[in-house]
Design a protein around this ligand. Structure first.
Ligand code: C2E
Ligand code: MG
Ligand code: MG
Ligand code: MG
Length: 290
């Protein structure tokens, strides 16, 4: 029953429960139903160029429209899902959905030529032995343009199995996929990855952007990250831009891309289309005024 389902779902997160295996099975079952009934929805958050205001990316952020529990955010289900085998099928469904939308967007002349949709990939998905083949099969099925897709990975994907991650990245890169390093933090070891792996974009974790408010010294950290990543040949994006003050500082510091609630919150597909329409007229009028 719906009530039982709801209980099972939340018990998964209850640390006192010792039947974790059973909870995993229940989650698997719910995700299977969710896939069959198309309960996963993708929201898109625009990422703009600091200089021109043009939309350069849309980050695909999944939501689960759960029949009993309402609209669930990834924080409520991705981590447990990573422990289930069905994460792979879930991930492919996200790829297919993004691919479909990407095709739809390719007809929109208003988007810049290098516009891409970025897809988040957990280490579990990325390190699955047949990941590239399955990604490839999705492309064959949907016929999206590889060059319009960016994959966001975190360092965890290459720390646990650098050799395999490297192979997967090079293969996907050869198709035209680009890579962003998500949630970039302070670990200086990570700078090495920027020189050895095909990473084109570094996304500064929003904790760093938020920390600039409390302590001006943290601005130096952000500046140092911008300078270092650009010197290593990567573009840099700031996540979690919430204030005009942050935006101004980042623009002056030469940060390439901006993402955050100040620009726009993640939104359903149809709203994103409206956003592109509105934004384009603004960008054009600014350019004409110059
Ligand atoms: P992320 O990849 O770092 O995505 C950015 C998160 O920051 C999103 O949360 C977004 O809504 C939020 N955000 C953006 N701008 C702001 C801001 O100005 N202020 C604040 N406070 N937050 C902001 P969301 O959508 O809840 O996603 C959380 C995480 O879930 C993502 O973090 C990503 O790691 C993961 N995720 C989302 N979709 C997928 C997916 O399809 N597959 C996988 N494997 N993971 C996903
Ligand atoms: Mg991300
Ligand atoms: Mg991030
Ligand atoms: Mg994050």
């Amino acid at each position: 029953s719906a009530k039982e389902n709801k209980r099972a779902f939340f018990e998964f997160f209850n640390p006192t429960m010792n039947e974790k295996a059973e909870a995993t099975m229940l989650l698997e079952k719910q995700v299977r139903v969710a896939l069959d009934e198309d309960q996963f929805e993708i929201y898109y958050q625009p990422i703009i160029a600091a200089e021109s205001g043009e939309i350069c990316r849309a980050e695909a952020l999944v939501r689960w429209r759960h029949p009993d529990n309402g609209l669930l955010l990834p924080a409520e289900f991705i981590a447990p899902l990573e422990r289930c085998r069905i994460i792979h099928e879930f991930g492919l469904e996200i790829i297919r959905k993004v691919g479909e939308f990407s095709k739809e967007l390719s007809d929109i002349k208003k988007l810049s030529g290098d516009f891409r949709i970025s897809i988040n990939m957990s280490p579990a998905q990325f390190l699955e032995p047949h990941f590239t083949e399955k990604f490839n099969a999705c492309q064959k099925e949907v016929q999206f343009d590889w060059r319009k897709i960016e994959v966001e990975v975190t360092e965890k994907s290459f720390i646990s199995n650098a050799k395999h991650a490297d192979k997967v990245m090079l293969e996907l890169q050869s198709y035209g996929v680009s890579f962003a390093l998500d949630d970039f933090g302070l670990g200086y070891a990570s700078l090495t990855h920027l020189t050895t792996l095909p990473i084109g974009l570094v996304k500064i974790d929003r904790a760093f952007i938020a920390s600039m408010n409390n302590n001006p010294k943290n601005r130096d950290i952000v500046l140092a990250i911008i300078e270092a990543t650009q010197r290593l040949g990567c573009a840099v994006a700031a996540e979690g831009v919430e204030s005009e003050e942050q935006k101004l500082f980042l623009e002056r510091s030469g940060c390439d891309l901006l993402q955050g609630f100040l620009i726009a919150k993640p939104m359903p597909q149809s709203q994103f289309l409206d956003f592109v329409d509105d934004k384009h007229s603004t960008v054009v009028s600014i350019k004409n005024a110059k």
